[in-house]
Design a protein around this ligand. Sequence first.
Ligand code: CP
Length: 305
Amino acid sequence: MHGDTVMLASRHLDSVVGFGREGILRLLDRSEELKRVPLDPGRLAGRVLGLLFFQSSTRTRFGFHAAMARLGGTAIEFDSSRYDPGMSRAESLEDTVRSISSYCDAIVLRHGDAECFEAAMAASSVPVINGGSGTDRHPTQALIDLFAIRSRIGHLEGLQIGLAGDLAGSRAARSLVRALRYFPPAELRLMAPADRSLAPPSLEGLPEEAVQRLDVLDVEGLDVLYMAGFPEGRGDSWMGEEMRAAFRLTLRKARGLRDSAVVLCPLPRIDEIEVGVDKMVQAAYFVQSKEGLVVRMATLERILE
Ligand code: CP
């Protein structure tokens, strides 16, 4: 039901796969143009974006809000307090989306339940952009990741790419790997606790021989190290300190990176990257986050024009 290539209607952005290889490259090219001049206030003047976030977000929520403002449009935030369990007049997601879509030109939705995203697409009269759903999808994050890789390395194919952390719980990791089917890596090194790695459906379209699995962080020879994140709550998390230490990027381990390597992270950082790593030339995660603005501007142009 929530398969890799599903887009219930082409106007929605559910999965990065919906763009296709050429569509992704065009969007990255447009992001590159916007990076030079990240302001085009006539572009989406008068257009309205609804932001429906049922989970916390800093980068995606602020990023879409700022992107809309820089293109001359307006973003309206949804007050999710109506969904607090204590509220007596909770409304269904479908009714909420149906109402909001009559005021907006597009909606960005983040929801912990993937099925809810599908319900929202069915109920909406305007395009719905996936701002993160379930543990499987985060298409604009994948576009931002590809943009960060191409900007620094110059190309996307044939790279040695390592992903580390709680991969099973990371929709960002899954979305990036899904996009990599269009840009096959020479090596895809999955570094995760044995029961928290990525299963075959997420690896569809990738060359089997490229996939390596490790239960420890090993950065040697990588072009790209993607720190996918640890679960929150150090003390009470299923991922205890010993396991976290095995996958954490410490300054000592980071010194094993190639000079030309790129370290990415979707953020927020919990404790998967030592703060001391931030000053290393390979650490690109805060610039990656900054560039998310232009990628989201390019995405809004594509969806709304
Ligand atoms: N990378 C990302 O999605 O960050 P937020 O959760 O802050 O939006």
